[in-house]
Design a protein around this ligand. Structure first.
Ligand code: 4NP
Length: 175
């Protein structure tokens, strides 16, 4: 069965999108659905290509039991044909992704990640924490987690994936 491809995209691919990748991986694993998804992240710039995630991102992730193993890479036009969802952290990066399509249709649905966060307006963004010295990474984690829960619920409903985690008793529900 073909996996559902989800690509998270920010500017540098060292702060927001690798964290979203790690959070979504964890939620998918908790749901026992790791074989049903292909999950990755990328940046619209090449500023940090080849770099590990920012230490502040790693610290927030480790605090949630998530080890980030990503290496930064730049998004490619071919990603838009290989993934089903390509999710930008903010409007600027969404525009950069749209520019890669040359106005053509793509397999991937391009959207803002926070459009999947319940109760948020469709233009809600995950703000860039790179120059933030005051707890911005924690806030980024929390909004990314809420949005990823919404994304999982959405993709699950759309693909009619099972709503009970394999090997677990408790049934899954959106929080
Ligand atoms: P990200 O954060 O897009 O969430 O990875 C940034 C990382 C690096 C830079 C900007 C944003 N930078 O300008 O180098």
């Amino acid at each position: 069965m073909e996996r559902i491809g989800v690509l998270f995209v920010c500017l540098g691919n060292i702060c927001r999108s690798p964290l979203a990748e790690g959070v979504f991986r964890q939620l998918v694993a908790e749901a026992g659905l790791q074989d049903r998804f292909r999950i990755d992240s990328a940046g619209t710039s090449g500023y940090h290509q080849g770099d590990a995630p920012d230490p502040r991102t790693c610290a927030v992730a480790v605090g949630r039991g998530i080890v980030l193993e990503h290496t930064a890479r730049r998004v490619r036009a071919t990603d838009l044909e290989q993934f089903d969802y390509v999710l930008a952290m903010d409007g600027e990066n969404l525009e950069r992704l749209q520019a890669l399509t040359d106005g053509r249709g793509t397999r991937a649905r391009l959207a803002l990640l926070r459009a999947f966060e319940p109760g948020m307006p469709p233009d809600a963004e995950v703000p860039d924490p790179y120059y933030d010295e005051d707890g911005g990474f924690e806030a980024v984690h929390d909004m990314v987690e809420r949005a990823c829960r919404g994304l999982l619920a959405h993709s699950r409903a759309e693909r009619e994936l099972p709503c009970c985690a394999r090997g677990r008793r408790r049934s899954w529900r959106a929080r």
